[in-house]
Design a protein around this ligand. Structure first.
Ligand code: PMP
Length: 296
């Protein structure tokens, strides 16, 4: 979890301010309605992993909600770098947020003349180290993922209640992550991570049409790691039974990176520990990001 250092500098609407004074209005529609979007981005050894892809996804989210941040992609990328430099962060986690801005108490987003834009560069540890070695335990959420037709999960909006309520199901069960199915019962994704399964040496991941966030780590694993390691990853319809009967299951996400799943609903996945193919992906991911994280 991010721990706020005493003297963190926050980039807020064009200037760097101390975290104690960085504040947002109670009339901001980001607060009143969750009307806004965000990205989480990692810094590894001074390089910002997939910065451009994250900022492009951020602008796609903004376009989907007709929110104009008042900055270009290039200006936001520069602002992210400025925030990282101001906080002297070599490793850490960046949170980039656009909100609709200050408006009236009504819903109309177009009565908010100026978006609020802020950037935080902090530390992160999502899951304890031991979970990377022994495997994460996850549950299957009773709550389905919001369908694409209602709110495309690919829009990374500030309204994360669908995921938070599933996360509460996980925490209530003594776990840190929950697998979410779509309304048809097809496997979609976890509350903050994408999912992959391995069966007989073959790797698959839920298709985009299942209603998932098109994870940047997911795409990197499919496009770069898999081909380098000699695998082809199939994007397809996946059932819950397939996940439960898989030899290996792993999750990907900006904060989680690549992490193996050891148990689902208290039942072991494969041998109940992190499998060999997952370990290869975990290690190759780590090697690449620590050596020369791509910023494209
Ligand atoms: N799914 C959801 C719901 C998420 O919030 C995230 C984290 N942003 C992911 C998947 C993983 O996406 P990424 O690899 O881009 O962080």
């Amino acid at each position: 979890m991010p721990q706020v250092a005493a003297k963190t500098k926050i980039w807020m609407n064009g200037s760097l301010v101390d975290s104690e004074t960085a504040s947002i209005s109670v009339f901001d529609h980001g607060v009143l309605y969750g009307d806004g979007c965000f990205e989480g981005i990692r810094i590894y050894n001074g390089r910002i992993f997939k910065l451009h892809s994250h900022v492009v996804r951020m602008f796609n989210s903004a376009v989907a909600m007709r929110l104009q941040p008042g900055y270009t992609v290039k200006e936001i990328e520069d602002a992210v770098r400025e925030t990282v430099a101001a906080n002297d962060r070599q490793d850490g986690y960046i949170r980039l947020v656009f909100t609709r801005g200050v408006g009236t108490l009504g819903l109309n987003p177009f009565l908010c003349p100026t978006a609020t834009v802020f950037i935080i560069a902090e530390k992160i540890q999502l899951f304890p180290d031991v979970m990377y070695e022994e495997g994460l335990s996850i549950v299957v959420a009773q709550r389905p993922r919001v369908p694409i037709k209602c709110l495309d999960p690919n829009v990374k909006s500030l309204n994360y209640l669908n995921n938070i309520l599933a996360k509460i199901e996980a925490i209530d069960a003594g776990c840190l992550e929950a697998l979410m199915l779509n309304l048809e019962g097809e496997v979609a994704e976890c509350t903050g991570d994408n999912i992959f399964i391995v069966k007989d040496g073959h790797i698959s991941t839920p298709r985009k049409e299942a209603g998932i966030l098109h994870g940047i780590t997911r795409q990197y694993v499919i496009d770069e790691l898999a081909s380098f390691l000699g695998y082809t990853i199939e994007e397809r319809r996946i059932t819950l039974d397939e996940v439960k009967e898989a030899d290996e299951v792993f999750l990907t996400g900006t904060a989680a990176e690549v992490i193996g799943v050891g148990h689902i609903e208290d039942e072991p996945v494969g041998l109940g520990s992190v499998g060999p193919i997952t370990k290869t992906f975990e290690a190759e991911f780590r090697r690449r990001v620590m050596n020369d994280a791509p910023e494209d």
